[in-house]
Write a protein that binds this ligand. Structure first.
Ligand code: FPP
Length: 260
């Protein structure tokens, strides 16, 4: 692990080496979820239009994927577009769709080179067909990769995900395929978009708001939460390491008692 870490540190030149000193590599959260918020406000601060912030946000994601991989995070779930984001002006929605589409083209080779495996969460049927195709392609190309899983939430809502799972299970009960008593945590989770992924250990929210905004509602039941005022486009690899260091100070009790 350590050898691998240093090999990668050398390979990825833009990682601030000193910043990793506070990190205990044996206690890195396996799954980190991020609400990438503040693109619009960041752009406004720069005297630019909101979409400028989204473009900058895509660059931030690029750098955070790298640092997450370097420190040994196994799964990174990011909230790119919510089921509620359709309420935004059509020009902004179209811009974000284009950005996602471009990201899946421009970043795929590098993600593949870093051994990243792509996954998606959300209702893909409502997305433009061209994006659906790119998503399928990205999944296919990276299917055999064994490194970081990059789980991108697009047209995703936590409540929608839970309702879909309930509908699927109810229909199986109706068909007589399963008995109501057989509905347990495992069966329920097998019907979520995140099936087979462990729940997030750490939820990061940038941009200063203290809410979960319908992101992975079921899965974050015991996630440690870390927030910062920094807007997503200004969020750095050092900030990510700060979040990890904070996580490492937490006493995770899962409703039980302190081990110490
Ligand atoms: C929240 O900022 C951000 C979004 C709704 C879009 C997220 C998209 C990206 C970060 C682009 C990169 C993602 C990929 C996968 C390419 P906001 O617009 O709500 O900002 P505000 O709270 O300041 O208005």
């Amino acid at each position: 692990m350590l050898k691998n870490f240093f090999a990668k540190r050398i390979k990825i030149k833009d990682i601030p080496l000193a910043a990793t000193d506070n990190i205990d590599l044996s206690n890195v959260p396996k799954h980190v979820a991020i609400i990438m918020d503040g693109n619009g406000r960041w752009a406004k601060q720069q005297g630019k239009i909101r979409t400028f912030g989204h473009s900058a946000g895509a660059q931030t994601l690029r750098s955070i994927v790298k640092i997450a991989d370097v420190v040994g995070v196994k799964i990174l779930s990011v909230y790119a577009f919510s089921t509620e984001n359709w309420k935004r002006p059509v020009t902004e929605v179209n811009f974000i769709m284009e950005l996602l589409s471009d990201y899946l083209t421009a970043e795929l080779d590098e993600l593949n080179e870093y051994n990243v495996k792509m996954r998606f969460m959300g209702d893909k049927d409502a997305l433009p067909p061209a994006i659906q195709k790119k998503m399928e392609h990205a999944i296919k190309i990276t299917a055999d990769n064994t490194g970081l899983i990059l789980n991108v939430a697009i047209n995703y809502g936590g409540q929608d995900e839970i309702l879909r799972a309930v509908r699927k299970i109810a229909s199986k009960v109706q068909q007589g395929e399963i008995k109501p008593e057989a509905i347990d945590k495992k069966l329920f989770e097998d019907n979520l978009y995140s099936r087979q992924l462990p729940p997030p250990d750490l939820l990061i929210r940038t941009g200063g708001d203290l809410r979960v905004s319908n992101f992975m509602l079921w899965q974050i039941a015991y996630a440690e939460i870390w927030t910062c005022q920094t807007y997503w486009p200004a969020f750095t690899q050092e900030n990510f390491l700060e979040a990890i260091a904070s996580y490492q100070q937490r006493d995770r009790r899962y409703g039980g008692l302190n081990k110490k």
